[in-house]
Design a protein around this ligand. Sequence first.
Ligand code: ASP
Length: 348
Amino acid sequence: MSGWSHRHILDLASFSLEDYSSVLELAHRFRSMPVTGARKLPALQGRLVATLFFEPSTRTRSSFELAARRLSADVQSFTPASSSLSKGETLLDTARTYVAMGADVLVVRHSSTSVPEQLACALDRSGERTAVLNGGDGLHSHPSQGLLDLYTLAHHFDPDHPLPEALQDKRIVIVGDVLHSRVARSNLWALTACGADVVLCGPPSLVPQDFVAFVEAPPPGQAHDPVQHRGCVEVVRTLEEALPGADAVMTLRLQKERMHQHLLTDLNRFHRDYGLTHERLKLCGKPVPLLHPGPVNRGVELGGSLLDDHSISLVEEQVRNGIPIRMALLYLMAAVDSSPDPSLAAIG
Ligand code: ASP
């Protein structure tokens, strides 16, 4: 944990294997701690976490707010519809308002790529010490989701040691709308860093072939990849090719709000070709877990009965794990500019 150096958390391309270990190890400790009343951890007492969500959210926002409260932080929630944005205030001025109120961390979600990064740069330039945590930006990145998916898989494969090593040499299949998914992009960085091979499955309109090279070079603006050996990425077009030998399957929501062109006209056809069902999963050759970041379009990405089958579906487990993962991120960010809370020792 001592090597943690990220002041802002904007994407996972800049995460080293040690970073993944720090987050997973800490989240695992938080997961087992009591969370109510006076037994909350005082780690972020006196700190202010503001959630600035310019795009709808159910899971991410509530989970960040709960995570912050469980570490005793104060929480301020911003809702665009009832804010001064509707009076013409700029996004940066809105963010600065929360900084002026003393926000230590801004959790920012926006439908446009790189808004959290732009805010982080602007705050750095003006010498503010407020940190920015990306809660999902456009098609680009959703780091906390990538990390909670990683933890959920690691915990499934090795419940006693849910660390990056648990993913080594696993074959993880991601099905569906990869093109519009910031979750898929964050998962690609996280899973390959931990040595998993990722198979992307979908039609060319939703899974362009050039995704095979996605993790081959760091994104523009990042000098080097902190991970030396990554797993491979493969693109296939049918579930019959993708599923045999899979260790876990993740399916993604069809992001209709981001489909500016008519990339997909027939949802029934998508379900017929790529929808996951109990029958389809038999192609894996063994029982495998199913993940979905939510919200789910029942009957499109997967059959409703699969979602409700808790012997296969880890979807609720993903939601539960979101809280300790976000506690870990907030804790680590706070620790960058102060010494870690000794009360953490109490949770083993
Ligand atoms: N909740 C995830 C996101 O914000 C996935 C989705 O919306 O489909 O990206």
